[in-house]
Design a protein around this ligand. Structure first.
Ligand code: PMP
Length: 445
């Protein structure tokens, strides 16, 4: 299987030296938090298969919902046609997302949900006669996807540098970096001093800016960097006062990951656009939504020629199979009081992880928000000196953990936990214990 895979498939993040060392592992089946390869080895999926899976692999209820929908309708054009799963799902999403978000636009993945928000925001301002608003602002260390528009509001050079000549540059705002706080504050003494920088940029550039895009509470791909909800609250206020849209990209943190259904709830805010994907179908299939307000929706309704509808569509938009599974996933949330269970498991993980990693020589910080935990490895604990990225510390630990039956993926020198919500306590123990062993093995401890 591996040889045939290597012969025919161009995988993401492949054609690198480590791919030669570690060719793709061919997975045959999954059950709960476990993945089984064709040779019968099993791996605990501590990253929810790219942050998507919520209720375990091959979840019976989700499987049944998928099969039942497949027997009714697998797909239908979504322009001028609709179907019950999409209607029911939209109604539920409007109900559970922050107040004021009233329209749901479907697309197929996280990057595209961001593209949609960017296009809508720009077009809205054009239609309102705000012709100078032609740029977006985003934060350093942010990640919003891989399509050209989404890349243009991301700040991780690794993904975007090569494409800069064909991308429109956005305005970069220094994002909060609480572990290496410029103001030497801790989580407890923080008064969001770093927000001043945002104010300055908005004051100077608001006439050019359509929207600011942010990952609420946790910058995920940038290294699971957690910042205080108050930052988000201040950003909402500033955007409103400068007539700039706020795009909340909850592609990664939506659907319970932060302990509340949506991360914006921690700050009590409603963004102008909310982007959701990944956990929307509990990890079953591609589906994304961009939610927005009635006011923005109405700006696209026009009966005279200069003003246009939003002409953006995809072949699989609002796919019925995906909508049916997403709907079932939301029913599971309701019926099993999932948020309460997530918070209990998160507390268990945090206590165990703190006990295990807080005093570790090479752990600069263990941080956690909700059910997302991250270990930042440092060369020097006192100075927080980073490892040279060429050492590929995270990658080597990932490789060692795989041999122990644990799938954790590094983000540079950060190892993180984002397991499916169905993980049991003994599996959390396994995850933490084997991560520690893999770290110690790498450092020869
Ligand atoms: N936004 C955020 C915050 C993400 O974490 C990701 C994916 N890691 C995306 C957008 C892009 O989503 P997708 O990979 O589904 O296109």
């Amino acid at each position: 299987w591996q040889q045939r895979d290597l012969k025919y498939i161009w995988h993401p993040c492949s054609q690198m030296k480590d791919y030669e060392e570690l060719p793709p592992i061919v997975i045959e089946r999954g059950q709960g938090v476990w993945l089984y390869d064709v040779e019968g080895n099993r791996y605990l999926d501590a990253i929810s298969s790219w942050w998507t899976n919520l209720f375990g692999h091959c979840n019976k209820r989700l499987n049944d919902a998928l099969k039942a929908q497949a027997d009714k309708l697998e797909h239908v054009i979504f322009a001028n046609f609709s179907h019950k799963p999409a209607i029911e799902l939209s109604q539920k999403l409007v109900k559970i997302t922050p107040n004021g978000l009233e329209k749901v636009f479907f697309s197929d993945d996280g990057s595209t949900s961001v593209e949609v928000a960017l296009k809508m925001s720009f077009q809205y301002h054009q239609q309102k006669g705000n012709y100078t608003k032609v740029k977006f602002a985003c934060f350093t260390n942010s990640y919003h996807g891989e399509t050209l528009g989404a890349l243009s509001v991301g700040s991780i050079d690794l993904y975007s540098k090569i494409y800069k000549p064909i991308m429109k540059e956005s305005i970069k705002i220094q994002g909060p970096d609480c572990f290496r706080c410029e103001y030497h504050k801790t989580r407890y003494s923080c008064n969001v001093e770093c927000f001043e920088e945002v104010e300055k940029i908005l004051e100077k550039h608001h006439k050019e800016i359509c929207a600011v895009i942010i990952e609420p509470i946790i910058q995920c791909a940038g290294g699971m960097k957690i910042y205080p909800p108050k930052f988000l609250k201040l950003l909402r206020e500033a955007c409103t006062s400068y007539d700039v849209h706020l795009i909340a990209d909850e592609v990664a943190v939506g659907f319970g990951r932060t302990g509340k259904m949506f991360a914006c709830e921690h700050a009590g805010i409603t963004p102008d656009f909310l982007c959701l994907s990944k956990g929307l179908t509990a990890g079953y299939m591609p589906l994304a939504v961009t939610l927005t307000t009635q006011e923005i929706f109405d700006a696209f309704y026009a009966d005279y020629i200069d003003l246009k509808a939003f002409l953006h569509s995809h072949s699989y938009t609002g796919n019925p199979l995906a909508c049916a599974v997403a709907l079932e996933s939301l029913k599971i949330f309701e019926e099993y009081n999932v948020l309460k269970k997530i918070n209990e498991k998160a507390t268990y993980l945090e206590e165990l992880a703190r006990e295990t990693f807080d005093n570790h020589r090479f752990v600069g910080e263990y941080r956690q928000f909700g059910f997302i935990g991250a270990i930042e490895l440092v060369e020097d604990k006192a100075t927080k000196k980073e490892f040279d990225w060429r050492k590929r510390v995270g990658y080597h630990i990932y490789k060692t953990a795989l041999k122990k039956g644990l799938l954790i993926r590094p983000l540079g020198n950060v190892i993180y936990f984002m397991p499916p919500f169905v993980i049991e306590k003994d599996e959390i123990d396994f995850m933490v214990r084997n991560t520690l062993e893999a770290i110690n093995q790498f450092f020869g401890l």
